[in-house]
Design a binder for this molecule. Structure first.
Ligand code: PEP
Ligand code: MG
Length: 756
């Protein structure tokens, strides 16, 4: 029996090794070859092959092999379901055969040298629900592979999936590319937009879309860049170094969501059809900056025109690389390798793109047109980057690098500000610093003026927020939005990855309670790897608990990670968008199932987590007596409760004025929930944006709510406010508010009675 070198298996499973495979290799083909060689060496197999799946043609193509006839690479193609390899992809399952050649589905390939190999192991490479390809091992000795090997190869396939998908995209694009490669204002003014994430930033305009660019670089522009192949290679090398450094820093700072976010950049940078094509054009006499622009534009055109949403997502990566290469080629002093002192103007951004831009120090973001999805705004808030959105298309006609101030407190853009305006804004950021200093006086616990205990817990989106939350003395996490690690990545994070992230939340919270909310995707929180069909009303579609109950594997994986991370801790698991007892009971059953799996695997975990629901739907309010009789706790999710109660899309700016927290129906619903919870001794709290409004906090205190999940940086201000509230008076005022029948009356009344 051969020795099993588990250390080596760990090694190949580590992202570090996989990424080092990129860095050493130029070109996708050679990279794939290196992968099969490395896997075959680590797994001590005679053969290792990779087949990539072509979704359109429904065929599997052999793209790299170690051990079979190399001449078949690029020439051997199997049908979906054909042979053992085709079966592995079709049925999305591992195939392990002591002697594959005896299997009725085995397909003999002429001239492959395959007849020498008996033991057969094929693992499908998938990302979420997508088929990427198949990883195959073969060996001359019958029965050479066992279940341990199968599991190891599955782990390797999981690690390689993202990379292989990128490789597949690049190969696709280079094929298409071979088919078709073709080559200001001076006055200060104000552009009005809408604020999404507050803050102020100053800098130069940097466009992420090229819709503003009429033509190519002008002759004048050409003088600003170095020229020649050597200069280009130098800028390429610099870009590579910059990206690696960025990746490392991101891994350290944002380990929960930053996994390999720059890997597509690196792979593309080294690809023949990208940088190789640039070099060829320069050698043919084209100025280096033009060659960059030409190739970038042709890639952008192909990606943007693709029907495949994954290819469309690459547009931003390509543009970003183009900017980077041009910056490195510039003879002017440039903020090397980042977007410091720049304000990004983009049509639309994905969470991963926002992350990349902030990692590269973008000062602020202006989104054009459609507005910001809930996740973009939540993420931007957690990353601390000011963001507005603007409909006025004149922004697109401003010359790149125009000086602007982004006043996201007001939602304005000030183009070419004069000195006086600048000074005014500098003062404004000073006030922000003063607020930060004030936060140092925050107390360990929060009490009202008449001594009622109140719990201020954090709403956490990124691990980053946990640190701020503890610094500001949050007494635990009241809402951990677990979807962020899912949103940024391009496939479902593994149970292990999730376990590590959740463990860090507990570590950071030092024994305080932590409420982990299970995945809330759907609505406008779309994972790029989720099935595309969201329906006409995604907020009424397969969202949150509904998605999880239909994707039980994802649900169980997440619950297992939560239960494990919460061992010995005050763990609370909360289910979003619960509409009925049936939803809650089904979710609870999944918790029990996850525990059974953990028991079966001999894992230790928290056997007594508290289980709770988010009250976000009118149906949950109607059924509050029954729900609170079974759930351990609840949190009123005000963002969605207002949306669903009033029928107002929370992301649609044209109906923003109808989205009213002071609506009597909202206030009465809150009161109903509190009464139901009290009757059944079910713990209750409030989360969502209504907690940013002191008037509503006053009302919530008055109806008996003592626990709030808030954005961490709101804590000092909220604690000070609560310390001025007299509960007896708040109770009377809230009772009166509940008798009012119009929004205006409610607002007026609150304004009058609010403690100053
Ligand atoms: C809410 O709906 O109030 C809430 C906190 O959840 P999310 O904003 O993540 O939907
Ligand atoms: Mg919600």
């Amino acid at each position: 029996m051969k020795s099993r070198d588990s250390k080596r298996i760990e090694l190949i499973c580590s992202i570090a090794e996989l990424s080092s495979l990129f860095h050493g290799e130029k070109g996708t083909q050679r990279f794939l070859q290196k992968v099969v060689k490395t896997v075959s060496r680590h797994m001590k197999s005679d053969v290792c092959s990779i087949y990539l799946y072509d979704e359109k043609l429904k065929r599997l193509n052999l793209v790299a092999t170690e051990g079979l006839n190399r001449e078949l690479t690029g020439n051997l193609s199997l049908e979906y379901g054909e042979g053992l390899v085709g079966t592995a992809i079709k049925e999305m399952r591992t195939i392990l055969e002591a002697d594959g050649t005896l299997h009725p589905r085995f397909k003999r390939i002429d001239n492959s040298f395959e007849e020498n190999f008996k033991a057969f192991l094929a693992v499908p490479i998938t990302r979420g629900l997508n088929r990427i390809g198949v990883l195959v091992l073969q060996h001359s000795q019958k029965g050479y592979f066992d279940h341990m090997e199968a599991r190891a190869l599955e782990a390797i396939a999981g690690q390689l999936a993202a990379t292989l998908e990128n490789a597949r995209l690049l190969m696709d694009i280079s094929r298409k590319e071979q088919e078709e490669i073709t080559p200001g204002q001076t006055e200060s003014r104000l552009i009005k937009g809408k604020k999404v994430v507050e803050g102020v930033a100053q800098g130069l305009i940097c466009f992420m879309d090229d819709s503003h660019k009429a033509g190519n670089l002008s002759d004048e522009d050409l003088k600003s860049y170095k020229d020649g192949v050597d200069a280009f290679r130098e800028s390429l090398k610099t870009a590579e170094g910059q990206l690696l450094e960025l990746q490392e820093r991101m891994d350290e700072e944002l380990s929960d969501i930053a996994s390999m976010i720059f890997s597509a950049h690196l792979l593309m940078l080294q690809d023949e059809s990208f940088s190789g094509q640039m070099i060829r054009l320069i050698e043919e006499g084209m100025p280096a900056c033009m060659a960059v622009e030409r190739v970038v534009n042709s890639f952008v055109e192909i990606f943007a025109g693709s029907e495949n949403s994954r290819l469309q997502e690459k547009v931003q990566d390509v543009r970003d690389l183009g900017h980077r290469l041009l910056r490195n080629l510039s003879i002017k002093e440039q903020p090397q390798g980042n977007y410091r002192n720049q304000i990004i103007i983009a049509g639309d951004l994905l969470p991963s793109e926002l992350l990349k831009l902030t990692a590269q120090k973008a000062e602020g973001i202006v989104l054009m047109g459609g507005g910001a999805s809930a996740h973009i705004s939540i993420l931007a808030k957690s990353l601390g980057v000011p963001l507005i959105y603007v409909e006025d298309e004149s922004v697109l006609r401003l010359p790149e690098y125009t000086d602007i101030i982004l006043d996201a407190n007001q939602g304005n853009l000030i183009v070419l500000p004069d000195r006086e305006t600048r000074e005014r804004y500098e003062k404004l950021s000073q006030t922000a610093r003063e607020i930060k200093q004030l936060s140092q006086s925050v107390l360990d616990q929060t009490y009202t003026a008449d001594g009622e205990r109140v719990y201020l817990r954090a709403a956490v989106n990124l691990l980053n927020d946990v640190k701020t939350a503890r610094e500001l003395k949050a007494e635990g996490v009241g809402l951990y939005r677990s979807e962020f690690p899912f949103l940024i990545r391009s496939d479902f994070p593994s149970e292990e990855e999730q376990y590590r992230v959740y463990s860090k939340v507990f570590e950071g919270m030092e024994n305080h309670p932590v409420t982990l909310r299970t995945l809330d995707v759907g609505g406008d929180k779309i994972l790029s790897y989720m099935p595309e069909n969201q329906g006409d009303n995604p907020f009424l579609g397969l969202r949150a608990i509904r998605f999880l109950l239909q994707n039980k594997k994802v649900f169980v994986g997440q619950l297992k990670a939560m239960l494990r991370a919460g061992e010995g801790q005050d763990l609370r698991i909360m289910f979003p968008l619960i509409s009925s007892l049936d939803d809650y009971r089904a979710a609870k059953r999944m918790v029990r199932k996850s525990m059974e799996f953990l028991d079966r695997d001999g894992m230790s975990y928290n056997r007594n987590p508290k289980l709770g629901i988010m009250v976000e739907l009118p149906s949950a309010v109607m059924l509050i007596d029954q729900l609170t009789a079974e759930a351990d706790f609840l949190s009123i999710g005000t963002n969605d409760l207002v949306q669903y109660l009033l029928g107002v899309d929370r992301t649609n700016s044209s109906v923003a004025s109808f989205y009213q927290g002071e609506h009597p129906a909202v206030l009465r619903a809150v009161k109903t929930v509190v009464e139901g919870a009290r009757k059944n001794n079910c713990a209750f709290s409030v989360c969502g944006n209504l907690t940013n409004d002191l008037g509503l906090i006053y009302f919530f205190l008055g109806v008996g709510i003592r626990s709030f999940s808030i954005e961490p940086h709101q804590l000092p201000q909220l604690q000070r406010f609560i310390s001025r509230v007299d509960i007896k008076k708040a109770e009377k005022d809230s009772a009166k508010i509940l008798t009012l029948t119009s929004v205006e009356e409610v607002k007026e009344y609150i304004k009058r009675v609010l403690p100053s």
